[in-house]
Design a protein around this ligand. Sequence first.
Ligand code: UGA
Length: 436
Amino acid sequence: MKHYTLTIVGTGYIGLVTGACFALMGHTVVCHDVDRAKISGLQKGKMPFYEPGLRTLVRGMVGKRRLRFTTDLEDAVQQSQVVFFTVGTPSRKDGSVDLRYVRQAAQDLAGYVRPGMIIVSKSTVPVGTSLLIRRILERGGAKKFAIVSNPEFLREAVAIDSFIHADRVVIGYEEHTPSRVRRIMNAVYSGLHVPIIETNNRSAELIKYAANVYLAGQISFINSIARLCEEIGADVEEIATALKADRRIGPRAFLQAGIGYGGLCFPKDIRALIKISKKMGYHFKYLDVVEEVNKDQRKIFVEKLRRMLGTLKGKHITLFGLSFKPNTDDMREAPSLDIIRLLLKAGAHVAVTDPKAIPYARRILGKSVTYISQPARAVVGADAIGIVTEWSDYRRLPWSTLIKKMKSPHILDGRNMLNPRTMASYGYLYEAMGRK
Ligand code: UGA
């Protein structure tokens, strides 16, 4: 396998994981960011966020001199044939994509582009952004470079594994891209031994949105079935198991019912695709429903708690889990935030516990809730426990003794992670989302 020197522009979640994994594959990687504090932390081995296995990988690759960090863009691209853009593409208030960091990175890079250089757009960006990058670079004097669109599909909390064992790599090229560019891109990824899907850059940009909204759609679908299950007396978990056994659906389908999806990607990408479609004159009605069903799940969770307790006013609710999914401290667009807001509005006292996300939560929620790191202490005097994130630690808690510390034995399992019969056998008044 041929090894290259690669540059990562934008050392956020995707950038750092991608850089570290490329280094693991044998490439030499320079990660750039304009945030001096972040880069100096990384130079000292300090990770800007929690991701299982990442610190060890980054430190290992730095030790092997295959990975380094800099705020000097000229230095970062000096030896590179391939430059990956992994800058953030946040949502604007109206849901459209804010491309200011992409524009800025392209303007900053323009003066350093050498003939033959390959600029790869890896951030999730609206269709046509590759062309925008090309125009900005050309305006800045860059010549004879190639633009490639190469969306990333890795998942937080399993980021390294989902990069290394990707289902596919999608690479989109402009018309008339020289074959040398394709050869280099294929060689960069050859160490992964995964299928490479070549397409044009517009399709590549849309594939990323299509994948994310498809998966989010599965979640809203199963949550709608869960709603129906409650009316009918059916069990959504048994239904999901039967659906996954259909090979056209598959065992890894996103059919875990609960309080819905959060995180940086699904909510943002759905809003973006709604906007992108609208701009193109197409009303993508399906996405409106996916989004609405997802928002409803949080309200339903709070409503179920209200029904369980008669009222929420003055009740002590302990929430288990704050992060948008387990094994991360990320709380961006986490369902917990909406749930906490609704509970506080209804006059409840909220205590929260989470293995990783409490420091993150403090920055957002301040003193509005009580933070207790040990679940066993967090349940003391609680009228109800609400499970919001399915941390595996929660399965192993001494549930049979925890019940004695509660004021009343209510549990609402918003992620369907515990066994209803076992919980009932301990004496809990257990409810879940769409279960018998
Ligand atoms: C998602 C995609 O899965 C990645 O392929 C993509 O690269 C990434 O977005 C991105 O665009 O960067 P991620 O947001 O890290 O990855 O997390 P997921 O594991 O997909 O979970 C997203 C949310 O859906 C979580 O809140 C999770 O709890 C929820 N979820 C997931 C369900 O409610 N049910 C499921 O069956 C699966």
